[in-house]
Design a protein around this ligand. Structure first.
Ligand SMILES: [Fe+2]
Length: 523
């Protein structure tokens, strides 16, 4: 009796498919949601419930359709809705977990394979059944699609423009000016009649990313520079296909100590630009130095992601202020991770160096690299970070007199003196202990990130028992919380550091330009 009733309700394949789709979407919402409901709640408690209503729409529609309407088109509507909701929600889930670009970029070969498979199925099963006119239309549409894909992907027939304006990275006594273009190009910087090229052994580097080193003094004096780039559409040995040349002018203002030193520290922005750039515009024109303290991108799988570092820095500084970059653990992974130092502030050693603001502040900039053991299945056999940890320790020993300033800061993505790094549960606790020993009694403050929270941990406390200096951590995706992240890319809190007459004032400021917390650091 019951079986017959069921068979009467589910009397077409379409109804069965639509019911399965609506149930799948409903389950998917709560399965993925268990990992992100907390973040949604932190932005607004209404969000998980609004999402819940969307999870119910297809299933309610389908129940009504099965019992009352019995309409073919409503079933089709439920299928389309469920598929679209599932897809959007999966992408949203990947975004909240900072994995969206990883999924989209790493997925390209799989997406192409799936599209080709679908095309084969279409030609085998559907194409022979089409009428003559439809066959013609299909053939023309597919040919045009292939042509457009070839023009864009092989011949780069796309508009040429500067996709991420100039960023002036600091490293030792150099400025390294970087920018990105929409497709492959040459790159150069012009300062005061002198042109500096992005080239190796006489050959211009053809890339979408360019970084050119110049002596810091040269730009400090000139206070103006231009970036020059020319599109190279096809990189052939002879007669390369070239496009238009672009020259973009910038002004530059070196650090101005006359009104004190204003530093903004951002980390863990994870490819968001809107919220972090609003927060970091706290000092406006008074800004002297922007610190991008790691995890600015989610992984280094594409030149596009590297260009996001420039995009964020340029939106805040407009290419007119120095930018100090440290590598975060997320920037240790991806097929271009081993090339990253070519495109951000670095020396021949790597992404660790010293940086001085006159004799007022000296900085030891460290590359705390990855947070996992090299043997971790997530990164093995690609990771090989143990080797560079010991190399960096030797470099710190060789530069033991780095602390020449009136104030001496260490800048590093991970707050290595804290208990979570020093105890044995940390993959690199031995190195964390070594770093504390190497920086103790020389350092006034460690400026860090990684934890997605804003806090200040004094020495001689439970969490910071071994170091002789305090730890300042301050960046997260939220306008109101100090330790709970939301989902909105428009919300962010970072750290404004102001040094006037040797006195350090810290303000955690958000994307609405409000002070979340303010305090002084007494050295
Ligand atoms: Fe991190």
């Amino acid at each position: 009796m019951f079986k017959e009733k069921l068979l009467r309700i589910f009397n077409t394949k379409l109804k069965i498919i639509a019911t399965i789709c609506s149930i799948f979407w409903f389950i998917l919402y709560f399965a993925l949601g268990s990992a992100i409901f907390k973040n949604m709640w932190n932005t607004s408690p209404a969000l998980p419930f609004i999402g819940g209503l969307f999870a119910l729409i297809p299933i309610i529609l389908m129940i009504a359709n099965l019992l009352f309407f019995r309409n073919k088109w409503l079933s089709i509507c439920v299928i389309i809705e469920s598929v679209i909701f599932s897809l959007i929600y999966f992408l949203f889930f990947a975004f909240v977990l900072s994995k969206l670009n990883y999924f989209l970029i790493t997925g390209i070969p799989y997406f192409i394979a799936a599209a080709l498979l679908a095309l084969i199925c279409f030609f085998v099963f559907a194409f022979p059944k089409l009428q003559k006119t439809m066959k013609k239309i299909t053939a023309i549409s597919i040919t045009i699609s292939v042509l457009v894909v070839c023009l864009v992907c092989v011949f780069e027939a796309t508009p040429f423009y500067i996709s991420a304006g100039a960023t002036v990275f600091v490293a030792d006594d150099e400025y390294q000016i970087a920018f990105a273009t929409s497709h492959n190009s040459t790159g150069a910087i012009e300062i005061d009649g002198t042109t500096y090229y992005d080239q190796t052994d006489g050959e211009n580097n053809i890339s979408t990313l360019h970084k050119i080193s110049i002596p810091a003094k040269k730009l400090d004096n000139a206070k103006n520079y231009s970036i020059i780039t020319q599109s190279v559409i096809i990189y052939s040995a002879y007669y390369p296909a070239k496009g238009r040349k672009i020259k973009q002018d910038y002004t530059f203002r070196p650090i101005d100590e006359s009104d004190g030193i204003q530093i903004y520290n951002l980390s863990d922005t994870h490819e968001c630009v809107a919220g972090p750039s609003k927060a970091a515009s706290w000092f406006d024109d008074k800004l002297d130095l922007l610190i991008l303290n790691g995890d600015i991108i989610n992984d280094v799988s594409s030149e596009y992601q590297i260009s996001l570092i420039y995009k964020l820095a340029n939106k805040i500084t407009n290419g007119s202020r120095p930018v100090l970059y440290t590598r975060g653990n997320h920037e240790c992974n991806g097929k271009l991770a081993s090339n990253l130092s070519k495109y951000v502030g670095s020396t021949e050693n790597g992404m660790y160096f010293t940086y001085d603001i006159g004799n007022s502040v000296s900085m030891l900039v460290l590359d705390t690299n990855n947070d996992m053991e090299d043997s971790n299945a997530l990164i093995n056999p690609i990771a090989n970070f143990n080797a560079i940890r010991s190399k960096q320790s030797n470099w710190i020993k060789d530069n033991a007199n780095w602390n020449k300033g009136k104030l001496n800061f260490v800048v590093a993505h991970m707050a290595y003196p804290l208990s979570g790094y020093l105890n044995e549960s940390c993959a690199w606790s031995d190195w964390a202990n070594e770093l504390v020993n190497l920086t103790n009694n020389k350092t006034d403050l460690l400026i860090s990130g990684h934890s997605h929270r804003t806090d200040f941990i004094e020495p001689n406390t439970e969490d910071n028992a071994k170091a002789t200096f305090p730890v300042l951590r301050g960046s997260l995706r939220s306008n109101k919380y100090s330790d709970r992240e939301g989902i909105s890319p428009n919300e962010f809190t970072g750290t404004a550091i102001e040094i006037i007459n040797g006195k350090i004032t810290v303000k955690f400021t958000n994307a609405n330009k409000q002070i979340v917390k303010e305090f002084d650091i007494n050295i």
